[in-house]
Design a protein around this ligand. Structure first.
Ligand code: SF4
Length: 64
């Protein structure tokens, strides 16, 4: 199975950094308390990796 991207929602501060870096995969609804993954298996891996590295609470992870 392909690895998927997940957000550890309780840790997310809804800062929007991941959405800025990789809007193909992450989204943040107006007023939401956490970002969501809209494309868990697709998307540009480089951007996903950059988002993981840039998340201030390190709450984005790959899951096998
Ligand atoms: S970068 Fe991290 S803390 Fe910020 S919205 Fe994305 S998942 Fe949440």
């Amino acid at each position: 199975m392909a690895k998927t991207v997940v957000i550890d929602t309780p840790e997310c501060t809804a800062c929007g950094t991941c959405v800025e870096i990789c809007p193909e995969v992450f989204a943040l609804e107006d007023g939401a308390e956490a970002a969501t993954v809209i494309q868990p298996t697709g998307g540009p891996e480089d951007s996903i990796q950059e988002a993981i590295g840039s998340c201030p609470t390190s709450c984005i992870h790959w899951q096998d």
